[in-house]
Design a binder for this molecule. Structure first.
Ligand SMILES: NC(=O)c1ccc[n+]([C@@H]2O[C@H](COP(=O)([O-])OP(=O)(O)OC[C@H]3O[C@@H](n4cnc5c(N)ncnc54)[C@H](O)[C@@H]3O)[C@@H](O)[C@H]2O)c1
Length: 320
């Protein structure tokens, strides 16, 4: 869905300089347009690739930067990949060179290479982990070196996914998204005293990426539903918010819990494999994976429709 862009409307990000990776399409585009509409000067960094990360085109970033400028805002396009630190440094330098500083970085760039784990190639693993997990490291690393020294600190907004809790046919993607959550918590802790915040958004929105998911998603929204949360996180009103993971879908915002030990049991002396086998189930037990129940329900529903579909549903991937 194309967003209608009017003249610069709000002042939530007035005077701020913001980088949006993956800003040329999908959710990144909606974030770039909303940030600009709230007064931010925006670097739109995107290499305009296919959903699998192929066939780069610089026009994608230029088109969004052009839309912002045509609406009376300030933007520059960077057709630079997030997959190397040198690339990340050039993207952040574009903000400094054009707008004098960098107040916010939103890392939205992403690709998908879907495959059952036992068939996943090294190239498919590397491409996805490089774009998502390393693609956050590169721009966050370059930006925080400046933010820690500047007046007003800075805001980092990462993009994860509900798939960080596990995925059937996107282990590479899920692992990268889980890594992003740990990265955000580490950066939030490490840069707390420098006034730099770091938070992650797990969106669900109608884009070419979500269109690729064969499963019905329980909740759905548009990229324009996700953008306001990101704008808030970039703003001075969110200076106290850090280390969080927020789901954003349609009109819903949800916060994820912080991981912690939930139950423990002690041995008298050292555990043996046998004493663990005897006592684990009746003491700490397990924390059941909701995804396993979800898949089981999905399989049963498919079986009720047709046995053939039920066999196929064993390999259905989870949401992106
Ligand atoms: N759409 C959803 O429902 C959904 C759900 C969960 C998570 N996410 C996450 O949200 C983010 C945005 O997803 P989307 O649905 O808008 O996807 P999208 O495919 O529409 O947009 C991704 C953008 O990233 C750009 N990109 C890819 N590799 C790049 C690289 N190396 N350097 C610079 N730019 C690059 C692409 O050119 C594209 O414009 C992704 O991180 C995705 O994993 C999306």
């Amino acid at each position: 869905m194309r967003m209608e862009v009017g003249p610069v409307m709000g002042e939530f990000l007035q005077g701020k300089s913001v980088v949006v990776t993956g800003g040329g399409g999908g959710i990144g585009r909606a974030v770039a347009l909303s940030a600009a509409a709230e007064g931010a000067r925006v670097v739109v960094a995107d290499i305009g690739v296919s959903i699998a990360g192929e066939d780069p085109r610089s026009e994608v970033a230029e088109a969004v930067a052009g839309e912002i400028v045509a609406a009376g805002g300030q933007a520059v396009a960077m057709a630079e990949s997030v997959t190397t630190l040198a690339g990340g440094e050039r993207i952040i330098a574009a903000a400094v060179d054009n707008f004098g500083r960098v107040d916010g970085v939103v890392a939205v760039a992403g690709i998908l290479r879907e495959r059952m784990f036992f068939n996943l190639s090294e190239e498919e693993w590397d491409a996805v982990v490089e774009t998502h997990l390393k693609g956050h490291f590169t721009v966050f690393r370059a930006a925080t070196a400046l933010m820690r020294k500047q007046e007003g600190g800075g805001s980092l907004v990462a993009f994860t996914s509900g798939a960080f809790a596990g995925s059937v046919a996107q282990a590479n993607y899920a692992a990268a998204k889980g890594g992003i959550v740990s990265l955000v918590r580490s950066v939030a802790a490490g840069l707390y005293r420098y006034g730099v915040t770091a938070n992650a958004v797990a969106p669900v929105a109608r884009t070419r990426m979500s269109a690729n998911v064969p499963m019905d998603l329980a909740e759905m929204g548009d990229p324009e539903d996700v953008a306001p949360l990101v704008v808030f996180l970039l703003s001075d009103r969110a200076r106290h918010v850090t280390g969080q993971v927020y789901t954003s879908v349609g009109s819903k915002i949800a916060v994820w819990n912080q991981p912690q030990e939930v139950r423990s049991v002690y041995a008298e002396g050292r555990w043996t494999p046998e004493s663990i086998a005897d006592r684990l189930d009746t003491t700490v037990g397990q924390e059941r994976m909701p995804l396993l129940d979800h898949l089981e329900n999905y399989r049963k529903a498919a079986e009720a429709r047709s046995p053939v579909e039920a066999t196929r549903s064993q390999s259905e991937p989870a949401a992106p």
